[in-house]
Design a protein around this ligand. Structure first.
Ligand code: ATP
Length: 134
């Protein structure tokens, strides 16, 4: 079966670089399935798990925003942060979730702090979801 190279890169490191059959990502416009020979395009991504299929194997990567660039034979996801399931510290994500929830529930919230806490909560939930699928 035909494959394509998937690279997931953050400012800190290369998280993933393997040939895969298919990925499913959450773009700003909704869920997108990418197969080999997809037409080139670029889309911003939501904070969500990326599903990666290779043969009978299916795995998830926690991707926290950023962009996906689909090129000929290659897909690059450039994210602010991203982790494989085995790299996720569940206790840290739980603590981040609780911290964000406390901030969201605080009575005196300004809009910037609210948005920041909302994004932190999404990242924590994304990590917990991906770690839980392992
Ligand atoms: P925290 O408040 O726990 O730092 P965060 O969502 O603010 O979480 P990020 O800014 O998204 O963290 O990421 C900073 C760095 O820490 C990145 O390298 C990211 O991969 C890593 N990281 C954050 N949370 C976790 C976690 N629960 N397990 C493993 N790595 C994590």
């Amino acid at each position: 079966m035909k494959t394509f190279l998937l690279e997931v890169v953050t400012p800190e490191r290369k998280v993933f670089a393997e040939d895969v059959d298919m990925i499913v990502v959450k773009g700003v416009g909704g869920e997108l399935g990418i197969l080999p020979d997809h037409i080139p395009f670029v889309t911003p991504l939501k904070i969500a798990p990326v599903k990666v299929k290779k043969g009978n194997n299916e795995q998830y990567i926690a991707v926290h925003g950023g962009f996906m660039e689909v090129r000929k034979g290659k897909v690059v996801i450039l994210a602010e942060s991203a982790e494989l399931p085995g790299d996720i510290d569940v206790e840290r994500a739980k603590a981040a979730k609780e911290r964000a929830e406390r901030r969201l529930n605080a009575a005196n919230r300004d809009e910037i702090d609210f948005r920041r806490a909302e994004l932190a909560l999404q990242r924590a939930l994304n990590r917990l979801e991906v770690a839980g699928r392992q």
